[in-house]
Design a protein around this ligand. Sequence first.
Ligand SMILES: CC(C)(COP(=O)(O)OP(=O)(O)OC[C@H]1O[C@@H](n2cnc3c(N)ncnc32)[C@H](O)[C@@H]1OP(=O)(O)O)[C@@H](O)C(=O)NCCC(=O)NCCS
Length: 125
Amino acid sequence: MTDPEREVVLRVVPHIIDINSNGHIFGGWVLSQMDIAGGIVAGRIAQGPVATVAIESMKFISPILLGDIVSLYAYEERRGRTSIGIRIDVAATRGKDQRKVDLTSGLFTFVALDEHHRPRPLPTG
Ligand SMILES: CC(C)(COP(=O)(O)OP(=O)(O)OC[C@H]1O[C@@H](n2cnc3c(N)ncnc32)[C@H](O)[C@@H]1OP(=O)(O)O)[C@@H](O)C(=O)NCCC(=O)NCCS
């Protein structure tokens, strides 16, 4: 799923307070990291503030474990008049052998905002 050549937008490590009763990391923790990573890329494209309007798809592929180094890859998948669909892929570097494990993938939609917090056309060119 993840391309080693693709840009890592964010790299984070979960903490013990992020563990659920299964001993895995809460889904909400990774969703929040994905929102941050997607917002960084969308904000660059929009050249200004953006808001998350929708999570159109979300797949939890494998559990996130304490000790994982979590990398978030985000890139534009589609562009509308005021909105941008950002694909966010998340992978862990895990264990002594530093193996790569795909964790989640989602498509988040961000809307460029004007000073009144209303949709603003994306810059052209
Ligand atoms: C983002 C917000 C300003 C959009 O307002 P709105 O009245 O829905 O705007 P519009 O109907 O004109 O839609 C704006 C764009 O979003 C897209 N959009 C709206 N709802 C969508 C949804 N559920 N899924 C995908 N795209 C959606 C529209 O297709 C449109 O895209 P386009 O201009 O590229 O064609 C408003 O919904 C809002 O403030 N939401 C809360 C945002 C928020 O607090 N997010 C969490 C923290 S960042």
